[in-house]
Ligand binder design. Sequence first.
Ligand code: IMP
Length: 204
Amino acid sequence: MAERSSRVVLASGNRGKVREIQAMLSDVALTVLPQSEFNVPTAAETGLTFVENAILKARNAAMHTGLPAIADDSGIEVRALNGAPGVYSAVYAGADASDRENLEKLLKACEAVPAGDRAARFVCVMVYMGHAGDATPLIAQGAWPGELLRAAIGENGFGYDPIFFVPEHGCSSAQLPPEVKNRLSHRGQALRALVAQLRAADGW
Ligand code: IMP
């Protein structure tokens, strides 16, 4: 396998995600540069799975920068809604919807869902592509089970964090300190698994 560059572009424009991923990779010998530094155009997320969308984003960033790319695709799945909003989490309330609008729509959709049936989980697929034509991308997944709250609470995190109840801490994920969320979260799990794959593949 070709030697990996130590500079990697992060294929995300979501500032919450960029912050979390950079913090989690701070002790790894990689310089992680957000794609905004290269004016990378946004990739159309036309996949039906988190895996497809993560690959589309990583390929797009690698193609426009000439650098290896890491991308994640993530979302929240609600069991009572058969996994919705899932891959459409970012656009649940419309193409330009804010985090708040998405969250309010999900609360409304689950108004009639009783306690005991409000299982939800965050899921994340994290992909590394050495170059735009990489046909063997490294792929890692994480899942973080919890429950859907009935109202938003907490100031940390982003997206659906204020309505995601974390049973082992008895609070929403927006009430967790960032380092605690990163230790538990779908994104933390996926990123640690991806780093293990990178180390195994390259020995860095
Ligand atoms: P993506 O950028 O297409 O992967 O969209 C992911 C969407 O899922 C985000 O816009 C958030 O709404 C939601 N999401 C993913 N991870 C998290 C998280 O850690 N906390 C809260 N919401 C999240």
